[in-house]
Design a protein around this ligand. Structure first.
Ligand code: SAH
Ligand code: SF4
Ligand code: F3S
Length: 469
């Protein structure tokens, strides 16, 4: 099956008369929100542009997770202000919107510091964008950082029924938003609010809409996605495992992924789903952050290193080919060399296929920022390099282990060279083969014959038709 036409439109859509440029920072949730914002703006006659100088509306979709996030936004806004003035001199208006987690955290302060901004909108208010934009332009900026997350879920369920756009074969779907975990280093509980799960029927409706436009793989998103507990069509509370099982029944869905999970919410039914549902991919992003029990307690993670290792053993027992990735923070306040070595030890025991690494950065308003013993940047840089090197070695070993193996690949696009197509393995490794474009959108078996540093090269073993016969 090929990706269908870019637009499958049910009813007529007004010809775009204006252009919007969206720049997103941060997590997949922000990336997902960006597509929803452009959907709702399409209804208002905005077409997306990649050229900021052509934009009648500029949206900065910001992230607040790391230090200096706000400063970076203000310096970016300074540049956009100049652009706005240049466009005005040429007789063109430009509206500037700050969205995302910095908008939520800073609110009206943004308008005070940067007068060129027209609108500050928090992540729970995107459904009100048209109405909010209509209120701008009279000299005073508009701010909406309200928190009625249920309204947002309604909006996500039916963002732009007149214009369903396919954005490829893989898609994100928000199923849960917010966080109640309050890790002591993190701003997310403050910027995204309390944990809330979308009702199952809304999610299914969105997945159906996506499959109608050619999507074969969905990644269920949430700040604590495995803590999902949404209302089911039967009036009961459904877990993520039950939701995944229901989505797996949709014939067009070949693959299901989810992120990001918390070790404490890795329930037995979800582990069993990894054993029972072939559509649920054997790749789990399960951030551990650190390997020292004292640091984990200081972080308020509410699990020990041994708990994490036991959990991974259980997961691998259910699904032996499970690969793991994690987030790590080095240099949390008070982290000693010996405690950092416990992180290295945990990595050696678990083995990861991939990971993200962060130097601890103090976030104002979070408990860890008040801790006295902050670790120097020099030490953080050095620890980060050591940890990264260890996980890199594991990543290379993981990729090398696929050599000679037969793996399923979901083909997503033409390859770099003519006659090639590219896709992903179940473990998110890019795979290229010589093969026909007609396979794009299909899953086919590939024998891996070459392992590069970031991608694999293989030979098609059979076409899906042969599999079926
Ligand atoms: N559960 C979330 C995590 C969001 S933050 C999710 O859905 O993605 C992503 C990662 O950023 C965290 O796992 C953590 O490793 C890192 N992080 C968060 N706050 C941080 C801070 N103050 N300093 C350094 N890294 C941080
Ligand atoms: Fe932040 Fe912790 Fe919540 Fe993840 S679980 S979003 S790291 S507070
Ligand atoms: Fe950043 Fe907000 Fe996501 S702070 S990581 S954009 S939830």
């Amino acid at each position: 099956m090929l990706v269908k036409d870019d637009t499958i439109s049910a009813t007529a859509q007004p010809e775009p008369t204006k252009k919007v440029f969206v720049k997103s920072y941060g997590c997949q949730m922000n990336a997902y929100d960006a597509t929803r914002m452009t959907d709702v703006l399409a209804k208002e006659g905005y077409a997306e542009t990649q050229a900021i100088e052509d934009a009648d509306l500029v949206v900065l979709n910001t992230c607040h997770i790391r230090e200096h996030a706000s400063e970076k936004v203000f310096s970016e806004l300074g540049k956009i202000r100049v652009l706005k003035q240049e466009r005005l001199a040429a007789g063109k208006q430009t509206k500037i919107t700050v969205a995302g987690c910095v908008a939520q955290a800073e609110g009206a302060e943004i308008l005070r510091r940067e007068k060129a901004v027209d609108l500050v909108v928090g992540p729970q208010s995107y459904h009100r964008l048209p109405e909010l934009l209509a209120r701008t332009g009279n000299g005073a900026g508009v701010v909406d950082t309200d928190f009625p997350i249920e309204d947002k879920f309604e909006f996500l369920a039916d963002p732009a029924p007149e214009r369903i756009r396919s954005r490829g074969l893989t898609a994100f779907v928000t199923v849960q938003e917010g966080c109640d975990k309050f890790c002591t280093f993190c701003v997310v509980p403050y910027t995204r609010g309390a944990e809330l799960s979308r009702p199952v029927t809304q999610i299914l409706k969105e997945v159906e809409r996506l499959t109608a436009s050619g999507v074969r793989e969905v990644t269920l998103l949430g700040q604590n996605v495995n803590g999902y507990h949404g209302e089911g069509p039967d009036g009961r509370i459904w877990s993520l495992a039950k939701l995944a099982e229901r989505i797996a029944q949709m014939p067009s869905i070949a693959r299901i992924r989810y992120m990001t999970s918390h070790p404490r919410d890795m329930s037995d039914d979800l582990i069993a789903a990894h054993r029972d549902l072939p559509q649920l991919m054997p790749f789990l992003h399960l951030p551990v952050q650190a390997g020292s029990d004292r640091i984990l307690a200081e972080m308020n993670r509410k699990h020990t290193a041994a708990d994490y290792i036991r959990l991974i053993e259980k997961v691998r027992k259910a699904r032996p080919d499970m690969a793991l990735s994690s987030d790590f923070i080095v240099g949390f306040p008070g982290e000693t060399e010996a405690e950092f070595k416990e992180t290295l030890k945990l990595v050696e025991e678990v083995t990861f296929a991939f990971s993200y690494f962060f130097k601890y950065s103090a976030r104002p308003g979070t408990p860890a920022a008040q801790l006295a013993e902050q670790v120097s940047d020099e030490v953080k840089v050095e620890r980060l390099a050591r940890l990264q090197q260890l996980v890199d070695t594991q990543r290379h070993a993981f990729n090398a282990a696929t050599l000679g193996r037969d793996v399923d690949v979901l083909f997503e696009k033409p390859g770099r060279h003519p006659g090639q197509i590219g896709g992903k393995s179940p473990w998110l490794q890019p795979v290229h083969v010589d093969g026909p474009a007609s396979l794009i959108g299909e899953v086919a078996k590939v024998r891996i014959i070459e392992v590069g540093s970031n991608s694999l090269y293989g030979r098609l073993l059979e076409t899906p038709q042969e599999v079926a016969s």
